[in-house]
Design a protein around this ligand. Structure first.
Ligand SMILES: [Zn+2]
Length: 62
C-alpha cells in the first residue's frame, strides 16, 4: 500500500493543485492519490466534495 493512500484513509488527501479548477465560484480538485473530488470551502481548507444521488435515485424507493 502506498503511503499516500494510507493518509487518504485518515481523510488527509493530497490535493493536486496543478489540476485545480474553478466551479461555481469555488475551487475543485482531485486527490492525486485516490482521485477523490475535493472542494476548497475556505482558502487552503479542503473538504471532500459531496456528490448527491450518485446512482441512488428515486427508483430505490419506488
Ligand atoms: Zn485521497
Amino acid at each position: 500500500m502506498k503511503m499516500g493512500l494510507l493518509a487518504c484513509a485518515f481523510g488527509r488527501h493530497s490535493v493536486d493543485r496543478a489540476n485545480m479548477r474553478k466551479a461555481g465560484g469555488s475551487h475543485v480538485c482531485k486527490c492525486r492519490n485516490c482521485k477523490t473530488p475535493m472542494e476548497e470551502i475556505e482558502p487552503h481548507v479542503w473538504q471532500v466534495l459531496q456528490i448527491k444521488d450518485a446512482g441512488l435515485g428515486p427508483r430505490s424507493f419506488g
